[in-house]
Ligand binder design. Sequence first.
Ligand code: HEM
Length: 182
Amino acid sequence: MYGLVNNLLSGTLRAQYGEDVWQSIAARLPFDATYFVSMKPYPDEWSYAMVGAACELTGDSAGDLLRVVGHRWVSENSAGEYKDLFTLNGPDIFTFLSNLNSMHAALGNQMPGLKPPSFMVNRENEQVIRVRYFSTRAGLAPLVTGLLEGLCDFFAEPATVSQTRLRVDERDYDEFRIERKA
Ligand code: HEM
């Protein structure tokens, strides 16, 4: 995945476990994880290896960790270089999610070979949004849960996010339910 994702991953591991544990995680990796060039693609295996090494060392589950990464993905990107994308594609979570495919497609113009996920978004009623997530990659559904929770926080729309369907292969999809808190 692109370096900006790996930098976000390493930044989350540092923030979550502290510098010493991060150094031990990095020492287990068969590549240099000190810094990734944001606009350069790296093998997906590297991202999975970072999560795997962190889980081995700390005993945390990949699911819990990816969820934390999702939260940080929103808080970091909405405050940094990409903050305009959050305001331009809002002003609410439903509108933002409906614009997510074109947002990733636009990013792909500057990122050759980008393999972004895609989303189908439906409003079931005033309280409930359903999100279908399609990806060429396996195992990232908990990341999406964290991202959706992070977006609820960002748009100040308190809600519960749950996964309602697990995909069986890459032609299938995961589904999530965002239920607004009364
Ligand atoms: C401005 C904010 C964002 C930027 C700059 C961004 C950019 C990217 C980039 C560069 C990748 C890596 C793809 C690759 O290397 O092939 C990616 C993957 C991904 N993005 Fe976004 N993204 C943003 C927001 C979001 C949001 C809000 C969601 C919410 C659901 C999301 C969902 C994902 C997921 C789940 C992946 C993992 C790859 C996969 O599922 O196959 N992104 N994004």
